[in-house]
Write a protein that binds this ligand. Structure first.
Ligand code: HEC
Ligand code: HEC
Ligand code: HEC
Ligand code: HEC
Ligand code: HEC
Ligand code: HEC
Length: 421
């Protein structure tokens, strides 16, 4: 009797194991999702790229065929500068063709994110833009691959049901065999009362629930894409884009200190003493409301107490209360000059295509993973840099050709105390 029970248990154990493996496999098989890719593309790439036509950057139709190696293409999107620095001939030629304009990197993107974007580009590439029927075809291309995950789900469900049925048959057969031998068997337990199934269900709920709870908790206080309404509709596109004012003219701190800093009003007035009206291209808020540029400049004058008719300051000014967009928690240490001067990182890598934004929004996630991933993949200016002369071992290895570069991680960029007070 005991032997039989133990054999029975072993058999069930195997079926349950099979079921679990099938479930886990289906959860980890993830098809590239062009719908997600489309959202990412429109948020991060559409300001410079179109699938079919050249904008600031090249048309991306068929881009995967132009790259010899998918890994290299991923690296390009993570950090195009590193591919150019490595001297890949195609990347260098492209860079030169586009006036040596560096594309902002996207180090925070996971490989899955990039696959999603590439899937979207691929689906969109198949759309014939010359034909007028672009609506239906556009969605069809997307749906084809989008259905994959649904398909996997259905297959898993079928497999799970088959496994359940097999387990039931197995237990019935065992019972029959026991009956035949004249052994006493207990009444069959319906599956919803079966302790093994109940335990399994609870376990799955616990794991899935825990996953979402923890992810939600980690995300608390993060605010990617945060775009508050500012007291003055001040457009970076007009200033840093169309009029090409250097970022450092206003954010001089970025090169010298921890903080980039927001310019004071007298910096604005250096120009706006003479520029009293706005005659540039029409401006719109994110909601599509039209903005009167001259009225916005008047708000600046009201704040500083400037009369534009007599060109004199008539009353004491008060500071403009800009709303801060980027906010790292107090326990994190981040220094601009270290990244901009020593690390030679572009503002756009971390802040996105600011010169295309009327209203600034938070481009990067500002999560710990975002910082650490970039430190893992970005190389430091290692040779002939006195700051790194103490890393004799790496210098030796570079000389011997054992390593060809040193990443931020290797010089301590992922040590907790470097970023945490
Ligand atoms: C600020 C403008 C800008 C943004 C934003 C931008 N790119 Fe680019 N991209 C460029 C430029 C310019 C080039 C041409 C190469 C160069 O000058 O470095 C390029 C080149 C590329 C290439 C190589 C194209 C080819 O023909 O081989 C790919 C792929 C690419 N970008 C993908 C992306 C993706 C994906 C995103 C969004 C996640 C993105 N880019 C966002 C400007 C941009
Ligand atoms: C003429 C002055 C001026 C120039 C030039 C300028 N900025 Fe700004 N920037 C401001 C002002 C004013 C604010 C605060 C209002 C706002 O957020 O729009 C600001 C805000 C920002 C913010 C958001 C700060 C926060 O609150 O977290 C970032 C990021 C930024 N600028 C980056 C840049 C980059 C990158 C460039 C160059 C491409 C640039 N700025 C050029 C004046 C300027
Ligand atoms: C390596 C990523 C990175 C680079 C490169 C970078 N920034 Fe920042 N920037 C940040 C982070 C992170 C914050 C949030 C800092 C905080 O909350 O303490 C920030 C905040 C800001 C702010 C808000 C005010 C402040 O100082 O906190 C401005 C303005 C700004 N950056 C402008 C710039 C400009 C201009 C450049 C290029 C010269 C630049 N940044 C380059 C990551 C970067
Ligand atoms: C280096 C010169 C310069 C500085 C500094 C400057 N501006 Fe401007 N500003 C311009 C120019 C040029 C225009 C566009 C005028 C046109 O096209 O008719 C403009 C347009 C504007 C407009 C109307 C368009 C829009 O963006 O809504 C506002 C508002 C404005 N500036 C506010 C500011 C504020 C606030 C500051 C300080 C943070 C500032 N400007 C600093 C040169 C400057
Ligand atoms: C775009 C890539 C990039 C991102 C994103 C980035 N860093 Fe860095 N970071 C660098 C580079 C490059 C250096 C090396 C600078 C140098 O050579 O001194 C560096 C260096 C540092 C150092 C000094 C490390 C050392 O060993 O001395 C600290 C601290 C740091 N980063 C903090 C942060 C924090 C905090 C964040 C996120 C809020 C962040 N970084 C995001 C590229 C990045
Ligand atoms: C490159 C910079 C960097 C390094 C290295 C780093 N952290 Fe962080 N850490 C951050 C940033 C940025 C945040 C804020 C994330 C947020 O606001 O979501 C953070 C947040 C945290 C938090 C709060 C929980 C959370 O996710 O918000 C803990 C705990 C933490 N870090 C522990 C560590 C430990 C332990 C190490 C060493 C193994 C470490 N960190 C190394 C940048 C770093």
């Amino acid at each position: 009797m005991y032997r039989r029970v133990s054999i029975l248990m072993r058999k069930h154990f195997v079926s349950v194991l099979v079921l679990c493996v099938a479930l886990i496999a289906s959860l980890s098989v993830r098809a590239a999702d062009p719908a997600k890719g489309k959202a990412l593309f429109q948020q991060n790439c559409a300001s410079c790229h179109n699938v079919h036509k050249k904008v600031t950057g090249p048309a991306l139709k068929g881009v995967e065929e132009r790259w010899s190696d998918k890994k290299l293409l991923h690296q390009w999107i993570h950090n195009s500068g590193s591919v150019i620095a490595a001297g890949d001939p195609y990347a260098v030629a492209l860079f030169n063709e586009y006036g040596k304009q560096a594309m902002p990197g996207f180090p925070s993107f996971s490989d899955a994110d990039i696959d999603d974007i590439l899937a979207y580009i691929d689906a969109e590439s198949k759309v014939d833009v010359t034909a007028k029927t672009d609506g239906p075809t556009a969605t069809k291309g997307g749906e084809d691959s989008g259905n994959n995950s649904l398909l996997f789900g259905i297959i898993t469900l079928i497999l799970a049901i088959v496994a359940l049925i097999l387990m039931q048959i197995n237990s019935n057969l065992n019972k029959l065999a026991a009956d035949k031998d004249g052994l006493a068997v207990s009444e069959p337990v319906p599956f919803y009362k079966n302790k093994a199934y109940i335990a399994l269900t609870i376990l799955i709920l616990f794991v899935v629930g825990g996953y979402f709870t923890i992810n939600g908790a980690i995300g608390l206080g993060r605010q990617k894409d945060y775009m508050p309404e500012q007291p003055i509709f001040y457009s970076h596109k007009v200033h840093a884009g169309i009029n090409q004012i250097s970022c450092l003219y206003c954010h001089a701190g970025a090169e010298k200190s921890k903080h980039a800093m927001i310019p004071s009003e007298n910096i604005c007035m250096n120009c706006h003493k003479t520029i009293t009206d706005y005659n540039g291209p029409e401006l719109f808020t994110a909601e599509g409301k039209k903005v009167n540029g001259s009225a916005e400049i008047q708000k600046l004058f009201d704040a500083v107490g400037f009369d534009k008719e007599t060109k004199t300051y008539t009353k004491p000014g008060k500071p403009i209360e800009w709303t801060k967009i980027h906010n790292l928690p107090d326990h994190v240490y981040f220094n601009h000059s270290q990244h901009v001067v020593a690390g030679k990182q572009q503002c756009q890598t971390c802040h996105g295509a600011i010169t295309e934004m009327d209203e600034v929004h938070q481009f990067a996630e500002l999560s710990m993973g975002w910082c650490v991933n970039c430190h893992r993949t970005t190389k430091v200016q290692f040779a002939d840099n006195k700051y790194y002369s103490i890393f004799e071992q790496f210098h030796q290895q570079v000389k011997e050709g054992k390593i060809d570069s040193v990443t931020v991680e290797m010089v301590g960029g992922t040590e907790c105390q470097k970023c945490h007070y």
